[in-house]
Design a binder for this molecule. Structure first.
Ligand SMILES: CC(C)(COP(=O)(O)OP(=O)(O)OC[C@H]1O[C@@H](n2cnc3c(N)ncnc32)[C@H](O)[C@@H]1OP(=O)(O)O)[C@@H](O)C(=O)NCCC(=O)NCCS
Length: 171
């Protein structure tokens, strides 16, 4: 087999965007999208789903006859004065806040560069379009690419639990 052989993209069947998804499905998507160092805690996902469920969108499709989670996005409004200091490890949901904190955008590795990723990013872009001020955790070049496209710049960088972490923001 040639070394540059790539398997055919799996057929994800009809892909569904689920608004207000179940926290356990979002957690499963997080585990499927990230290596252990960058996974969200179940507690954090429960909090997102309980306190701003309208900001969480799960993507799922049919793979080899069963339904699989393919990715998720999550954002919530935040108090923009938080950008004046060190970014908190857990950002409170502030329904009156003027900023949109983009907590996550990710698809499973097989979906990167494909139509599921495009749909997720375009829908997320519409969801946060009402906010001039944006903040996003970025842990990869994919994340930085999207952050730049939203007009964000590197705002803060440090290590969290031993893994490099960056906050990008549009202020
Ligand atoms: C983040 C991720 C979902 C982006 O998917 P991708 O396929 O790499 O996305 P691309 O940057 O190639 O963009 C694909 C399409 O999405 C849309 N898009 C991407 N960024 C966008 C943005 N900021 N605003 C609006 N649309 C956007 C565009 O339609 C784009 O297509 P185009 O360039 O032809 O216009 C994917 O790379 C991923 O899941 N990576 C692993 C997890 C990860 O690192 N997530 C980032 C967390 S920091």
């Amino acid at each position: 087999m040639p070394s540059n052989f790539l398997p055919a993209m799996p057929d994800f069947g009809s892909v569904e965007a689920v608004l207000n998804p179940r926290a356990e499905d979002v957690y499963a998507a997080d585990v499927a999208c990230y290596p252990p160092a960058y996974r969200a805690t179940r507690r954090r996902i429960d909090l997102l789903c309980q306190s701003f469920a309208e900001g969480v969108t799960l993507y799922r499709g049919r793979v080899a006859g069963s339904v699989a989670v393919l990715g998720y996005s999550a954002w919530h409004p935040f108090d923009v004065s938080l950008l004046g200091g060190p970014w908190p490890k857990e950002v409170p949901v502030d329904r009156g806040g003027e900023g949109a904190y983009v907590y996550n955008y990710s698809v499973v590795p097989a979906c990167i560069g494909g139509s599921v990723a495009r749909a997720l990013m375009q829908r997320l872009d519409q969801q946060i379009a009402g906010s001039r001020i944006l903040a996003a955790d970025t842990v990869s070049e994919h994340g930085r690419r999207a952050a730049r496209r939203w007009g964000m710049r590197l705002h803060e960088a440090r290590e969290i639990d031993g893994a490099p972490w960056e906050l990008w923001a549009r202020t």
